[in-house]
Write a protein of this length. Structure first.
Length: 289
């Protein structure tokens, strides 16, 4: 090999390395730059079957993490079994446990006429009260289901107007109008029902979204047990995760809308006998401290 060719080869290798580093930087940059396309900024799409939400960001799914949580650091979803309690670096003070020995079930993204009635029937059967984190547009479309939720003794949580995973990256004014619009849709169905909890879609908390929610009288609500039912792991896996990870004070994240939730409903049928035998279950209170 001549000196000239080895130099050329060295230059080639350096070029490849530099190109690789630039490529990595580009990918990293992409993950940090807010994606303004409607699909990613809201995490939602609409089909003939109703809205489908790309919900909780999932570790190991590149591109699934919304920009808001990328800038605030990764938001773990408790899949490692440890859960994430209030005071975690990324929760900005959002509650992740009940603060009592009691366990709370929470149902997100609804109401949905296919699944919410099934969830309500199972909760009724086991005399369990839960908390429903409703999406504004779904509350507007199904006021009868919002009324059923409240009439049966469950409590409400604001989950944004259109399941906006990137809401926390928007201006305080934009966040405020989104949350107020959602509360207005809920109150159109149940004028006097308290709405004292706010859950940020995707758990993508930011300081502004927590701050605005509190200004509007809503306490930020996270979770500590997440079976990732939105990712359709099947009823058995959802059941196993909830049953094995539940402990006193757990806030369990489940979904009654946003996609095919029959697996969640089927899991709930198995989860309720177990949890009610081991824990006292409660709807999150309407007077959080
Ligand atoms: Zn959600």
């Amino acid at each position: 090999m001549t000196r000239g060719s080895s130099t050329a080869r060295a230059v080639g290798i350096v070029t490849l390395v530099v190109a690789g580093l630039l490529g990595s930087a580009y990918v990293l940059g992409r993950s940090l730059v807010p994606d303004q396309t409607p699909r990613h900024s809201t995490g939602a799409t609409t089909s003939a079957d109703g809205p489908y939400y790309a919900d909780q960001p999932s570790a190991g799914k590149p591109g699934a993490t919304p920009s808001a949580s990328a800038s605030a650091g990764p938001v773990e979803t408790g899949q490692d079994g440890s859960g994430r309690d209030a005071g975690g670096d990324n929760l900005f003070g959002a509650h992740a446990t009940t603060g009592t020995p009691r366990l709370a079930l929470t149902f997100d993204d609804g109401p949905d006429p296919r699944y919410t009635p099934q969830v309500l029937a199972l909760l009724r059967e086991y005399d369990v009260h839960a908390t429903f984190c409703v999406v504004g547009e779904n509350a507007q479309n199904h006021p009868d289901l919002v009324q059923s939720i409240v009439n049966e003794g469950h409590t409400l949580c604001n989950h944004s107007w259109h399941h906006d995973v990137g809401l926390g990256a928007r201006s305080a004014d934009a966040i405020r109008s989104d949350l107020l619009r959602t509360n207005a849709a809920i109150r159109a169905a149940v004028p006097n029902a308290p709405i004292v909890w706010y859950r940020q879609p995707g758990g993508a908390w930011t300081y502004p979204v927590v701050s605005v929610a509190r200004q509007l009288g809503m306490t930020p609500l996270h979770w500590s047990v997440d079976p990732s039912d939105w990712d359709l792991p099947g009823a058995s896996k959802i059941t196993a995760t909830v049953v094995s990870q539940a402990q006193p004070g757990s806030v369990v994240l489940l979904h009654d809308a946003g996609g095919d939730r029959q697996g969640t409903v089927d899991a709930l049928r198995r989860i309720l006998p177990d949890l009610t035998a081991r824990f006292e279950l409660e709807a999150l209170p309407t007077d959080p401290t």
